[in-house]
Design a protein around this ligand. Structure first.
Ligand code: ZN
Ligand code: ZN
Length: 380
């Protein structure tokens, strides 16, 4: 087990300093969204928020940057974090942070999802950092462990490229099923009660996702790509973002096929996206929250941490992302009472670290030296 970075304790001023730097960075990058909305904001996501909402949020985040810097200044012996927070906040104001104006945006063919990245990062941090602090699974794990920067890069790139992934993951569904006349199916599905429709969307996508995921675990060449997702030893709210782009493309394309064929209403589709976005972060989070009996209906952190288990005898279990009963049906269910895996990650200590190396790793000649699947290694 690698040495964990030292944990921050309440009252030292380091947590408030880190929050100040985090908020200062968000607001400074947020300015760019207001200055270049055509290139740096997402057409679909712009429909979710209003100009008024993001203007007010900007003011609030700038003020909070200074407040947390002040708290850090008062509590901490080292003023470094507070000073960085103040500089970031000051730069945001100089660049017009208190005079931002959101207005109508011209449509351009391609844009980068910086608005989606900043808002989702803000919301997920606000939701999951307190949960991980209050109900941690691994109490000794620092928020700033040795893998967080790599995982943040994955989070950043997958969000910035949202439009690109959105377009390419729809292509296979259209190519294979676009010729069918699906109008009567769409009419029937979108006429179902909302909760039934949402359950159906989650169920059919999870069955497709299950098999895509299982194929990634059972095929030598595909495992190279999916092993990247399993390489993180420090499970937390950012860890799930660590996914190779080939893995994202294949798994999302497969999950999109039933959505395309069945044609869910936009309300259901949006609810599905929100559920999946929050739930995917939750199941990787460093939290022992297990939702009582609900853990038998929906997958929980404990359930998915077993999928990431480091011990070879438990490999190849819990492929479902939403419904554990899918694993039950196909014989891959593993949830031993309240027990958690001892460790998560890959036994292979030589696995490359860092985004760039992991990006090229699967394309290398014989990257694992023997190209055996983890299950095959455990049988030796
Ligand atoms: Zn997996
Ligand atoms: Zn995972």
């Amino acid at each position: 087990m690698e040495k964990q970075n030292e944990r921050m304790r309440v009252g030292e001023g380091r947590i408030s300093g880190a929050i100040s730097i985090f908020l200062g960075s968000l607001s400074l990058l947020g300015i760019l969204c207001f200055k270049f909305p055509e290139q740096l904001t997402t057409p679909d996501f712009r429909e979710v928020y209003t100009a008024d909402m993001v203007e007010k949020l900007m003011y609030g985040v700038i003020i909070a940057t200074f407040l947390f810097a002040l708290v850090s200044m008062l509590l901490s012996k080292s003023r470094k974090k507070a000073v960085i927070g103040i500089i970031l906040g000051a730069l945001t104001i100089v660049m017009g942070g208190f005079n931002v104006q959101g207005g109508p945006v011209e449509k351009v063919s391609w844009s980068i999802g910086l608005d989606w990245l900043l808002l989702d990062l803000f919301i997920m941090a606000l939701l999951f950092v307190p949960i991980e602090l209050a109900f941690p699974k691994n109490k000794l794990q620092s928020k700033f462990h040795n893998e967080w920067k790599t995982d943040l890069i994955y989070f950043g790139i997958s969000h910035l490229a949202i439009q690109f992934f959105g377009v390419i993951t729809k292509k296979p569904a259209v190519a294979f099923f676009g010729w069918m006349n699906l109008e009567s199916v769409h009419e029937w599905v979108s006429g179902l009660p909302f909760l039934v429709e949402l359950f159906l969307a989650l169920l059919v996508t999870d069955i497709f996702q299950y098999w895509a995921h299982r194929i990634f675990h059972s095929h030598h060449y595909l495992w190279r790509f999916h092993s990247v997702h399993h390489s993180t030893q420090n499970m937390d709210w950012l860890a799930g973002s660590r996914t190779h782009f080939i893995d994202i493309f294949f798994t999302r394309s497969m999950s999109y096929i039933p959505l395309y064929v069945l044609g869910f209403s936009s309300l259901t589709f949006n609810a599905y996206i929100v559920f999946i976005a929050v739930h995917a972060v939750l199941i990787h989070a460093n939290t022992s929250i297990n939702f009582g009996f609900l853990k038998y209906i929906f997958t929980t952190p404990q359930y998915h941490h077993w999928h990431h288990c480091e011990e070879p005898e438990h490999y190849g279990k819990n492929f479902a992302v939403v419904f554990p009963f899918i694993d039950k049906i196909f014989g891959t269910y593993h949830l031993p009472g309240n027990k958690w895996p001892k460790g998560t990650g890959l036994v292979d200590a030589s696995f490359p670290k860092g985004f760039g190396r992991q990006l090229v790793f699967p394309f290398k000649k014989n990257p694992f030296n023997n190209d055996l699947l983890p299950e095959e290694k455990s049988e030796r």
